[in-house]
Design a protein around this ligand. Structure first.
Ligand code: AFP
Length: 340
């Protein structure tokens, strides 16, 4: 009989018992989140068989057309987790305002993108769920959006589910990054990739090249040098990837290194980037840092950004340490020139 390996359930109870700092209520909450992601995995796998593909004919707070699965995933997260006794409230990419969990006064806040990469659903490309957990401020009598607007360094847990060829759950509670594979035959997540580490060096970058005319000089310079390859100043050839699903990109970076960029572009100055800080950039930044990588806006550490709005967008540069440092050094040079 193949060794079953450590299940998520066992991993969480071991974490609580071994005193690695994982608190029992957070471990329970993680199990509840993982259970919803299992439900989503089964729904997404059904694809066109269950009539869940296509658009819902509605728009979200971002003004983006919602896919049916966006709505389904958001409602599945809300209706499953509002019963958790460990949540005081939730916030989602798909909802304008926060969602207080009236039943409980749990110690945690959950912020999530229920279905990231949803423009890929109808073409059967990997999508995912991204989640971030903050501790509820004790003083707050009435929960307000201010309780959510905390820097990413205050997250107590971050993770994602990747609905790819296999469904994986990737998790950090501040003691490294562990990855689980869902065994659909028994409905259990098994620890298959413990202690993930991002290689410090890479020859692979991920960026949407069609936005090149909108980029700032530091990004233009970095990408130009990558494209110049071994004849250029970098002295090595690079490869490019772009899945248009952040969860898949980050998972690839976590698995074999790379640098993922959705940088500032000048299209809409009020929109400093495409990706959202609270439920895309921050949870992914915690995971990347916990795996030995770097996550930056270009000018500052992502996890130090003080949020001002639940749905604010932010430039994202993350991945292998040496390459992200290279990009941020070009940003620093530009800032120094501007200052002069
Ligand atoms: P959707 O959820 O609308 O598909 O957006 C996905 C995403 O937020 C992120 O997952 C991708 O990295 C990025 O957008 C892709 O953006 P482009 O479509 O501009 O390449």
């Amino acid at each position: 009989m193949r060794d079953q390996g450590t299940s998520l359930t066992q991993y969480l109870s071991d974490g609580v018992r071994q005193g690695s700092g994982l608190e029992a209520d957070l471990a329970t909450l993680i199990g509840e989140i993982a259970a919803v992601c299992k439900t989503l995995s089964y729904a997404i796998r059904a694809g066109g068989l269950e009539g869940v593909l296509g658009t819902a004919g509605t728009e979200n707070v971002q003004g983006e057309t919602q896919q049916k699965l966006d709505v389904f995933a958001n409602e599945a997260m809300l209706h499953s987790l509002e019963r958790s006794e460990h949540l005081a409230g939730m916030a989602s990419e798909e909802m304008t305002d926060i969602y207080p969990v009236s039943a409980a006064r749990g110690r945690y806040l959950l912020i999530f993108d229920p279905l990231d990469g949803s423009s890929n659903i109808d073409v059967n490309v990997s999508v995912g769920t991204i989640f971030s957990v903050l501790r509820t401020p004790t003083a707050a009598a009435e929960l307000s959006v201010k309780d959510f607007l905390r820097p990413g360094r205050e997250q107590v847990c971050a993770g994602y589910a990747l609905y790819g060829p296999s469904t994986m759950l990737v998790l950090t509670t501040g003691n490294g990054v562990d990855a689980f594979t869902l065994d659909p035959r028994v409905g259990e997540y098994i620890l298959t990739h413990p202690r993930r580490q991002i290689p410090a060096d890479t020859r692979e970058f991920a960026i949407n090249m069609s936005n090149q005319r909108f980029w700032d000089p530091p990004v233009l310079r970095y990408i130009r040098e990558c494209l110049e390859g071994r004849q250029g100043p970098r002295g090595k050839d690079f490869n490019m990837r772009w899945v248009a699903s952040m969860v898949a990109e980050v998972h690839r970076v976590l698995s074999r290194g790379g640098v993922f960029m959705y940088p500032y572009d000048c299209r809409e100055p009020k929109r400093p980037g495409r990706l959202r800080l609270m439920y895309e950039a921050n949870p992914m930044a915690m995971i990347v840092e916990q795996a030995g990588g770097v996550a930056s806006t270009g000018y500052e550490r992502m996890l130090d950004v003080q949020p001002t709005d639940l749905h604010q967008r932010i430039p994202v540069i993350l991945g292998s340490r040496s390459e992200v440092v290279q990009v941020t050094s070009y940003h620093a040079e530009t800032a120094a020139e501007v200052a002069r």
